[in-house]
Design a protein around this ligand. Structure first.
Ligand code: FAD
Length: 305
């Protein structure tokens, strides 16, 4: 119930305008978002790398509606990648990109061209790009764009969402040599026709997908904060004889930092997904939808600011 309220809120532009003006914003946003500027993002990235973690940076923005906005997002990534290269932060830091932010809904070809420019900048910096997964209406287009990008930039990563009924088949397609696949549960409100609805069914699907990726030839990126799934992933890595550099864990900035540190101290590769930028609203609403404790944090800050 709470989840659907926040997911509906994540798509409301009226609420977005209200939230941006609300006094709560800054302290709550800071917990999950590195800051609004590239300098903020670089500072957090350096700190995480110094702490033995790796990073994927997300320049926040989705639902780009004009060509100019798409160009601005592309340019922000290209500048970020140049700064990561010059600052010696690549390859420990890569970038995560939403094709919607690059104009996928206006013109798929344009979004592909912008993604190509970002992949080229990442290659120049000695790092990689991962294409985020968005709602199910975009999955085919995103995976087609991924395949085209991988022809020239084979390390470009995919994201698959375990809650989608199609994802086991997509895991089989993508569990090939050189293929980087982030497996997450999925963060959008999806209909029953395409997605498992209960937490148990999603968890079971996640394990089936994990088995396919861990037993395959690709590079699995296990994106979850769920202690049970983390333990199962560690078990499967042992079972399929994967060395610590043949898969990685991924978690969101601000979520279970002590678990991130514990895994890294145990020799695991841990990548922290670090969002930054002004357009934090949709991202923050999806985080609140995931976890009652996040909502309690939000409420506390609402009254005690
Ligand atoms: P949940 O079902 O949210 O939580 C399971 C259990 O984990 C909880 O009961 C609790 O015990 C523990 N837990 C979870 N969060 C916390 C916390 N903050 N503190 C303490 N314990 C906690 N979704 C997409 O749709 N597309 C994407 O491209 C995408 N990229 C992602 C990238 C990364 C690196 C990560 C980590 C997630 C990404 N997601 C993406 C979001 C993902 O789909 C889930 O919505 C999100 O990760 C919550 O699911 P969960 O696996 O963490 O488990």
């Amino acid at each position: 119930m709470l989840r659907s309220v926040f997911l509906a809120a994540s798509r409301s532009s009226a609420l977005e305008r209200l939230a941006e003006r609300a006094p709560v914003s800054r302290s709550v946003v800071r917990r999950f978002v590195a800051g609004s500027s590239t300098a903020d993002a670089l500072k957090v990235t350096r700190q995480l790398i110094d702490d033995g973690l790796t990073v994927s940076l997300d320049h926040l923005g989705e639902d780009t509606v004009t060509g100019e906005q798409a160009v601005a997002v592309r340019d922000a990534y290209v500048t970020l990648l140049r700064l990561l290269r010059d600052g010696g932060l690549a390859p420990a830091a890569e970038v995560s990109v939403k094709l919607s932010a690059l104009g996928q809904k206006i013109d798929e070809r344009l979004a592909y061209e912008h993604a190509r420019a970002i992949c080229a900048a990442a290659a120049d910096a000695g790092t990689t790009v991962t294409l985020d997964a968005e709602d199910h209406t975009t999955t085919d287009a995103t995976l087609e764009t991924l395949a085209k990008l991988r022809a020239d930039f084979p390390s470009t990563g995919a994201v698959l969402q375990a809650y989608l009924r199609r994802t086991e088949a997509d895991c089989r397609e993508l569990a090939t040599a050189g293929s980087r696949v982030r497996l997450c549960k999925g963060a959008y409100a999806e209909p029953e026709s395409v997605a498992f609805q209960s937490a148990l069914d999603v968890d079971k699907a996640y394990v089936r997908c994990l088995n396919i990726l861990m037993s395959g030839d690709g590079y699995p990126m296990v994106a979850t904060h769920d202690p049970r799934l983390i333990a199962i992933a560690e078990d499967r890595a042992r079972w399929f004889d994967r060395a610590a550099d043949e898969y990685e864990f991924q978690m969101l900035f601000g979520c279970r930092p002590e678990e991130q540190a514990r895994l890294a101290a145990g020799g695991q590769v841990v990548r922290v997904y670090v969002p930054y930028g002004d357009q934090w609203y949709g991202y923050l609403m999806r985080r609140l939808a995931e976890r009652p404790a996040n909502v309690a944090f939000f409420a506390r800050n609402l009254v005690s600011r």
